[in-house]
Design a binder for this molecule. Structure first.
Ligand code: HPA
Ligand code: ZN
Length: 337
């Protein structure tokens, strides 16, 4: 199973680039940029990653991002993630970034996007990994702040395919961002949003109806509303599920309790993703392995996670067909060995 999962072609749709900052790189950048961090060693940083809920993670995650200052830092961060993609056979990735985490510290939007984009271009050429970028608004900040960020993004629209919504879900429901999402949709950005991670199933409904999202990030609390589950199955509305993240942030007590396999078998377009792998203990292969270790699954079911992600991705139908045949060929080949 380990071998099948390791070599299975994968597509990642829920990955925060700031969440790929490994402690070693954090230390390197802190030294390079003369930023003080409240830790002595990378091991000490890892030991601090004991979360009790989403907010306890977000507090430490935003602090970690302070070491990112120059374009080169954003390049190094993104490149390190893309090398992990290569090792995990990730053939396509759609990456979130949080501009407000950086612009609030006086870092220019341009610095962030140019550093990330340069690494994506290099990976396209040298590693054969395709990618898209999705800009997230921080839901704990005001909608006016999100609108300001949206305006800053307009000159870089060729580099950004969509807009998303992340950070603290409790107390910041989708309706708070209805105006900025309409502006973004009208300008041609594809909308997605985190919903139903810690917040109730009604946030998923609202993300669909008030924000017009084309994918739901997390969405695992949909099970609290059976009618919604049926609707998600019938419409093949994708959920970008993050198994290790959900355990680390205590959305589920353990992986046996996680509902991703049940949702897959009910015909929902669920996908496996790593969210913030440097903080949650694993990249794509680790997430697949954790699910397969806790649930008895066939090779075809595991491959279906990738087929779902291809279906849910924001690439051309030609590219989708090419990637799907790569997965099917892999499945046929390994199952006849
Ligand atoms: N939820 C909300 N905000 C986030 C997450 C998440 O899982 N990861 C990074 N920002
Ligand atoms: Zn997330």
């Amino acid at each position: 199973m380990q071998n099948f999962i390791q070599n299975l072609p994968k597509v990642e749709l829920h990955l925060h680039i700031e969440g790929t900052l490994e402690p070693e790189l954090m230390f390197q950048l802190a030294k390079r940029n003369q930023v003080n961090i409240p830790f002595q060693t990378p091991e000490e940083v890892r030991a601090a990653y004991q979360f009790t809920n989403l907010q306890s993670f977000l507090d430490i995650y935003y602090q970690g991002a302070d070491v990112l200052i120059h374009e080169q830092d954003f390049f190094d961060l993104t490149w390190a993630y893309l090398l992990r993609c290569q090792a995990d056979h990730v053939i396509h990735t759609e990456i979130f970034f949080d501009p407000q985490t950086h612009t609030a510290r006086g870092i220019a939007f341009e610095t962030v996007i140019n550093g990330i984009s340069a690494a994506l271009d290099k990976a396209r050429q040298e590693l054969g990994i395709s990618s898209q970028l999705i800009m997230c608004f921080l839901r704990h900040l005001s909608e006016d702040d999100a609108i300001e960020t949206f305006k800053q993004a307009l000159p870089y629209q060729d580099k950004i395919i969509g807009v998303g919504l992340d950070s603290s879900e409790q107390g910041h429901p989708p309706e708070k961002f209805a105006r900025v999402f309409k502006m973004a949709r009208d300008a041609g950005f594809i909308p997605v949003a985190h919903a139903g991670e810690e917040g109730p199933a009604s946030n998923i409904d609202d993300a669909l109806n008030l924000l017009g999202v084309q994918r739901v990030d997390h969405g695992v609390r949909c099970v609290e509303d059976p009618q919604l589950v049926q609707q998600l199955a019938e419409t093949r509305m994708p959920l970008t599920v993050c198994p290790l993240s959900n355990i680390k942030l205590r959305v589920f007590d353990n992986m046996q309790q996680h509902n991703i396999v049940e949702l897959l078998r009910q015909g929902l377009c669920v996908t496996i993703n790593s969210d913030d792998p440097a903080y949650f203990g694993g990249y794509m292969t680790d997430n697949f392995m954790a699910v397969a270790d806790a649930h008895k699954m066939t090779h075809a079911e595991l491959a279906q996670f990738t087929l779902n992600a291809i279906e849910a991705s924001f690439i051309s139908s030609t590219e989708k067909a090419r990637m799907a045949s790569e997965v099917k060929a892999y499945l046929n080949h390994t199952d006849t060995e």
